[in-house]
Ligand binder design. Structure first.
Ligand code: NAP
Length: 249
């Protein structure tokens, strides 16, 4: 028996990087996956990859910074599969880089809208659906920058710190009602999110990881999969780095 057999799971930002790896990992373990992204082509590619491995999924376009689109996403899961058991709120953006005293207000609003409000809008509609489905599991994609600062990324750092607080609150409010919620903190992972960084910055970032390399999206997906499964049945309200030792320094 697969560990997520017949569970219904939403993954946001599942057209690329970590989200795609999580969607594939969920499907391999028997979950029915709603693959969601703003980018329709890449989302449909993830659905195709899941189908090639014999998995069950479909695509729903959703910009997580829209409360209405989050609500529709949850309804799509209920209409199609009849329940919602798991949500990996993964969609996120890097945003502009500048010191706090010069940070563009528009860039701040955009990062907070996607990386923090986007997760609140998600759980706002996922939680009632999970309660109606007999319980569920939420995994919010934070970052190592949910627990330490990173110069010139004030909006990203603030949003990811905020996610840890939101995750704790869900755990307190819904633990007895059968919903677990945890946050994951990847260090730097080789995904298109880092495509704007020059070679020198990439080398410097590599050197910040005691293991001497960046992570792979699949290494984050392994942790998300475990947190989403019954193997983590006593784990809630927590923050799990997956960081090649970054936070040990
Ligand atoms: P990625 O490869 O860029 O994938 C993110 C996906 O989310 C993309 O398909 C992106 O579409 C989509 N997306 C962007 N804005 C969205 C929105 N408003 N609504 C729905 N989908 C949206 O990035 P990733 O590295 O896998 O990042 C996934 C998550 O991990 C993010 O929350 C990120 O903050 C977090 N994380 C990443 C790293 C890292 O080093 N890679 C480290 C720590 C945490 P477009 O490509 O069209 O924008």
């Amino acid at each position: 028996m697969k560990i997520l057999q017949d569970k219904v799971a939403i993954v946001t930002g599942a057209g690329s990087g970590i989200g795609r790896s999580v969607a594939l990992a969920y499907a391999r373990e028997g979950a029915k996956v709603i693959v969601s992204d703003t980018d329709e082509d890449s989302g449909r590619d993830t659905v195709r990859l899941i189908a090639e491995e014999g998995g069950d999924s479909f695509f729903v376009k959703c910009d997580v910074s829209s409360p209405e689109e989050n609500e529709s996403l949850v309804w799509a899961a209920i209409d199609h599969y009849g329940a919602l058991h798991i949500a990996c709120n993964n969609a996120g953006i890097g945003g502009a880089m500048a010191p706090t005293g010069m940070y563009p207000v528009e860039a701040w609003n955009k990062v907070i809208a996607v990386n923090l409000s986007g997760v609140f809008y998600g759980v706002r509609y996922q939680i009632p659906a999970m309660l109606n489905s007999g319980g569920g599991v939420i995994v919010n994609m934070a970052s190592i920058l949910g627990s330490v600062g990173f110069a010139n990324s004030p909006a990203y750092v603030a949003a990811k710190h905020g996610l840890l607080g939101l995750t704790k609150n869900i755990a307190l409010e819904y633990g007895e009602k059968g919903i677990r919620a945890n946050a994951v903190g990847p260090a730097f992972i080789k995904t298109p999110l880092l495509k704007y960084l020059d070679e020198q910055t990439m080398q410097w970032l590599v050197s910040r990881h005691p293991v001497g390399r960046m992570g792979e999206p699949e290494e984050v997906a392994e942790l998300v999969l475990w947190l989403s499964s019954p193997k983590a049945s006593f784990v809630t309200g927590a923050y799990y780095p997956v960081d090649g030792g970054y936070l040990a320094q």
